[in-house]
Design a protein around this ligand. Structure first.
Ligand code: ATP
Ligand code: MG
Length: 389
């Protein structure tokens, strides 16, 4: 019996003229995610089906699909001929592994018929199938209110599908349905989560990282590359721009008030990120900031940072507690890499007494003490691009 994966998508996003566009994009994203396992992906009446997966690759395919944004849920189904005999045999075989358990689950049958020519109604299918399953496995019980094992039959245009249960997908919208944005990625816990959240809304990501050789190490940079790879498991291909930041940082420390170094550094990061974003088609910047988490994330500091650029800055973690961010990082699989103990350029020169309520006017003045333009241009021209994912 051939196993297929049945993919459901959240139809709420798929109304009207946009629908074919979203559907096609989702099919493309699924194909990309499954590329290494060679399966065929087909769209049919509001569902997507993945055919031709070797049985041993099903768990891997399921994992991969659960990272594709735009998928509501999936089920691994038996795909059979549209005859009662085939449907019954498939259901009996699907239920078998559960029936042999010591704590055999309660079950209930569900049926859906998009091909109304099928000789039995949905109710008849459920009733008959219930009898057949009880006959085959007398130790099982039906629970019509809270079944532990839903056994579902779908009679569709070309085939019938039988499956037990479903796995929730990542939700959101297919990446690429909502433009592109530039993620400022550090080696920390927050920024990879921020990137994940914006990609989930269908936004394609590019990423920019600032490093300060020799104050930050090669390993710190490798860690950022690794984190970008982990984010790309969800967000798809990411261009990572690696910007040498040492000269700018040293200049800030030499020439500007010591209490303002962190905020100034953040302004310059934003300016460079914006410049690369404009050159490469990103429409917004993304950071992992949340209100009050550190001195450079007070509401005043965030205003000063925003003032450095004209592009919108998305901060999806703005209202999250650290604990909530950690929880999310663990779920998406970036946490373990984020906590590796390599230094970040922000942590290398932290002022003893940073301003916590910086004023926009004052910071503009401090920044004007130096002509940063040639340094910015040099950093941008020495930026290295890596294609990740
Ligand atoms: P994270 O866990 O993401 O590092 P954080 O709590 O350590 O965040 P900061 O170090 O103040 O906070 O950085 C705030 C945000 O600025 C980060 O979430 C990230 O978006 C950006 N950022 C910080 N350092 C860098 C860097 N070296 N390169 C690129 N972006 C950075
Ligand atoms: Mg950090």
């Amino acid at each position: 019996m051939e196993k297929v994966i049945l993919v459901r998508y959240a139809e709420i996003h798929l109304k009207g003229l946009n629908r074919p566009f979203f559907e096609r994009l989702l099919v493309d994203r699924i194909k990309q995610a499954l590329n290494p396992v060679h399966a065929s992906v087909e769209r049919e009446q509001g569902r997507i089906f993945v055919y031709g997966i070797p049985e041993e690759n099903i768990p891997e395919c399921t994992d991969r699909l659960c990272r594709v944004f735009g998928i509501h849920s999936i089920s691994v189904a038996c795909c059979v001929e549209k005859t009662w005999d085939a449907v019954r045999a498939a259901a009996i075989s699907e239920v078998e592994p559960f029936a042999n358990r010591v704590d055999a689950p309660t079950f209930k049958c569900f049926a859906r018929r998009s091909d109304k020519r099928f000789s039995m109604t949905s109710e008849q299918i459920c009733r008959e199938l219930g009898h057949e399953i009880l006959e085959a496995y007398p130790n099982l019980k039906v629970d019509v209110h809270h079944p532990e094992l839903p056994v579902t039959v779908e009679i569709r245009q070309n085939n019938a599908f039988v499956y037990t249960g479903e796995v929730l997908g990542a939700g959101g919208m297919p990446v690429g349905s909502n433009g592109k944005a530039m993620l400022l990625i550090s080696g920390g816990i927050d920024s990879p989560v921020a990137g994940y959240m914006i990609a989930k809304r269908g936004v394609m990501l590019d990423a920019v990282h600032f490093y300060s050789y020799p104050y930050t190490s090669e390993r710190a940079r490798d860690k950022v590359v690794e984190l970008t790879k982990l984010v790309s498991r969800y967000a798809g291909r990411i261009n990572l721009y690696l910007v040498p930041f040492t000269d700018i940082q040293m200049t800030i420390y030499d020439k500007c008030p010591s209490t303002e170094t962190t905020v100034l550094m953040r302004r310059l990061m934003m300016k460079i990120a914006e410049r690369i974003a404009k050159e490469t088609g990103s429409l917004a910047l993304i950071t992992g900031e949340s209100i009050g988490q550190v001195a450079s994330q007070t509401i005043e500091s965030l205003c000063v940072t925003d003032d450095a650029v004209s592009m919108p800055v998305f901060r999806p973690l703005i209202g999250f507690d650290k604990e909530e961010i950690i929880d999310k990082a663990q779920k998406i699989g970036t946490f373990e890499t984020s906590i590796l103990p390599y230094e970040d350029c922000c942590t290398v020169f932290v002022p003893k007494h940073p301003v916590t309520k910086p004023k926009v006017e004052k910071l503009r003045e401090s920044e004007a003490l130096v002509d940063f333009e040639p340094l910015i241009a040099k950093a941008v021209s020495e930026t290295e691009r890596m294609n990740i994912g």
